[in-house]
Design a protein around this ligand. Structure first.
Ligand SMILES: O=C(O)CCC(=O)C(=O)O
Ligand SMILES: [Fe+2]
Length: 376
């Protein structure tokens, strides 16, 4: 192949799945994820469950529709507004600690470097790796030290400085109102991408070969923040990721552990379309069937440590009881896996062009064009 890896990334295009504007819309007040393709479909699928959660009057239902419309509009403009925010941040924001944007070995816990080195070595095996990791009560969830404490403190100082600045902020998702999208703050190129490629990929390749851990190629990285006067917890959910790394960065807080349930299961509800007398087409609508939170396993999470888990492993964060809790979340994506089945809608993805890594889908015909360009 004539193309160097770093050059290839420059012209690799990444995509969203069209379900980004219809699926997994989180209704805060009912703690419910919904799908909204049309009002008719939405009423049919979600009226009963919304009623059981206390949405009983037509006015309450209309308020829900207004919130959904706002969220859909936000998502439709997300690509453009995200690029605008990233450009404004580059123009107006002066970092407090410019060095934290460039990954250095000194940021990393010695044990983490040892684990990554072991996994990159010629004799690495899953069994050997498991002996180096802490045991966690939930299946296929792994814990290990990641950063040095001083780095966590400096990163948080940088993020607080950014939070207090006039620069625009993109929030990671509708469930967390105070997080920060790290790609907009230009953390990907110098930090998160090399961190994934050099350190995380050798580990995930051994631990999750069946879940794309051996072919991760992009990520979405962000921080989430919990405070007594802001968000306290995070509802039960799955991630838009093949594999997720969640690192506790601080500060001082009590409670706020993670909990894990089952792998996500999808129940296909069959509907019949009545658009005309002759149509009667069947179509399926996937709804998630979560294990109840009480059946979940709580997992302790200490500052500087990371938890690695499958994106489709359902989880949430318990409320903090005091202090402030910040976590670095890296949703790692494997285009080879998600191109087959979108992890959010569980359908063959319907591609929408995006900016940067978008949601990590790729298009096969692009690869053919790239290959012929590189040979020309
Ligand atoms: O707060 C946490 O530790 C969990 C965050 C999380 O699961 C997410 O953002 O996807
Ligand atoms: Fe998550």
């Amino acid at each position: 192949c004539q193309v160097m890896k770093s050059e290839k990334y420059e012209f690799q295009k990444y995509y969203y799945c069209a379900c980004f504007t219809t699926d997994n819309i989180f209704l805060d007040e009912y703690k419910l994820h919904v799908r909204f393709a049309s009002e008719q479909q939405f009423r049919q699928d979600f009226s009963p469950v919304l009623q059981s959660l206390g949405c009983v009057t037509e006015q309450q239902f209309q308020d829900v529709l207004t919130k959904i419309n706002q969220e859909v509009d936000r998502r439709k403009c997300f690509g453009r507004t995200s690029v605008e925010r990233a450009a404004a941040i580059r123009d107006i924001y002066q970092p407090l600690h410019p060095h934290v944007y460039h990954l250095q070995e000194s940021f990393l816990a010695p044990k983490f470097k040892h684990i990554a080195e072991y996994c990159s070595g010629p004799n690495a095996s899953k069994e050997g790796l498991l002996e180096l990791l802490d045991e966690v009560p939930a299946p296929k969830v792994y814990r290990f030290p990641v950063f040095e404490r001083q780095f966590c403190e400096e990163l948080l100082q940088e993020l607080e400085h950014f939070e207090q600045s006039a620069a625009p902020k993109g929030r990671p998702n509708t469930m967390n109102h105070y997080g920060i999208l790290l790609n907009e703050l230009h953390f990907d190129q110098g930090f998160i991408t090399p961190f994934r490629e050099r350190y995380l990929h050798p580990i995930t390749a051994l631990l999750y070969p069946d879940w794309g851990g051996h072919c991760l190629d992009t990520q979405k990285a962000f921080v989430v923040k919990y405070d007594m006067n802001e968000d306290l917890d995070l509802s039960y959910h799955y991630d838009n990721a093949e594999i997720t790394l969640n690192v506790s960065l601080g500060k001082d807080f009590t409670e706020g552990n993670l909990y894990f349930g089952d792998m996500r299961q999808v129940c296909l509800i069959v509907h019949i379309c009545y658009c005309s007398f002759s149509c009667l087409m069947h179509y399926c609508c996937p709804l998630q069937v979560p294990l109840s939170e009480s059946e979940c396993t709580e997992v302790q999470h200490k500052v500087t440590e990371g938890l690695l888990h499958r994106g489709q492993h359902m989880h949430g964060a318990l409320p903090i009881a005091s202090g402030q809790r910040w976590n670095l979340i890296i949703w790692m994506r494997a285009s080879q896996v998600r191109n087959q089945l979108c992890p959010m809608c569980q359908r063959k993805p319907s591609l929408l062009e995006g900016e940067g890594y978008a949601d990590g889908f790729t298009c096969q015909s692009d690869s053919l064009v790239n290959a012929s360009c590189s040979l020309a």
